[in-house]
Design a protein around this ligand. Sequence first.
Ligand SMILES: O=C(O)CCC(=O)C(=O)O
Ligand SMILES: [Fe+2]
Length: 331
Amino acid sequence: MSQNAGGPDGRIPVLDIAPALAGQPGARQALAERIARSAEDTGFLVLAGHGIDPALPAGCFAAAAAFFALPEEVKLALKVGELNIGYLPTGAQVIRTSKIAEVKQPNLNESFYIVRDRAPDDPDILAKKPFVGLNRWPESMPEFRRATMAYFTAMEALAQRMLPIFTLALGMPEDYLEGDFADPTCTLRLIRYQPQPEAEEGRFGFAPHIDTNFITFLAQSALPGLEVRTREGEWLRPPAIPGTFVVNTAEMLGRYSNDRFAPTPHRVLNANNEMRYAIPFFFGPNNDAVIRPVPSCVSAESPARYEPLRYEDHRRKLNVTNFAHRQAQPA
Ligand SMILES: O=C(O)CCC(=O)C(=O)O
Ligand SMILES: [Fe+2]
């Protein structure tokens, strides 16, 4: 098994997005073309020049470390409920949707899920809108909420700035998907991986999977561990350039693209001797968005491969598949 670096001139390109974000003539189209090329290949890219203050991911990593260091019973008091919001202890997630590895063992990680922060009297909360819930905050840690939400807000803004460029990469006008992302589904997941210095068959920090949202942003972790599977079956490590974001395409972009930008399986093995932390930010469509292949990716030779799909229905289905706590209860 090879663990080549995926870049900088390799298959996971490092892209300076500053000129495109500044609206420089030609830069947006040029970036869209680079994105399209890697989305057709590994589905992973590295973004530099994004304008995110490095204090924000640093603050979020620090918040994650402080949270996971809490006693288990304090963390378990914030355990996820019906929705995936709050603490998911080690052993609770088994990736049953993986098509490339037979996975029976739970992932060697614990997670904390954060969604858009709402007040208890938020109209969508009062209306019990599906998939809308309140965050579960550790009461003793006000700084945790502040740091994670500051990061969440900045990442949502960056994702919204990248959306038109990904839309251009699909071959559509920049604003084509705006409506589908007017109230996007955003999730910040904090993850702590136990050390796994000795490889064990079928045991992963995070088993091979594809992300089920639209695009994912990963602030660079301090330690290596993330590996990306090429279509040839090699595992690549994305370039670990401090201050950049690893971005990967996910299932809904794959559907919009009619499989032109197919999501890429990736996994985490924490072969280090220390805990590894990650803070992926998942950007997805509105719950009520109906995802269908975009016209530029459908033709007589390449007819639509997907029926229209309501994002909410997709989420409902996933929820009963990958999480042990929901297998035990009726769907
Ligand atoms: O830990 C990482 O680097 C990647 C995490 C990941 O793939 C995920 O949360 O979907
Ligand atoms: Fe992932």
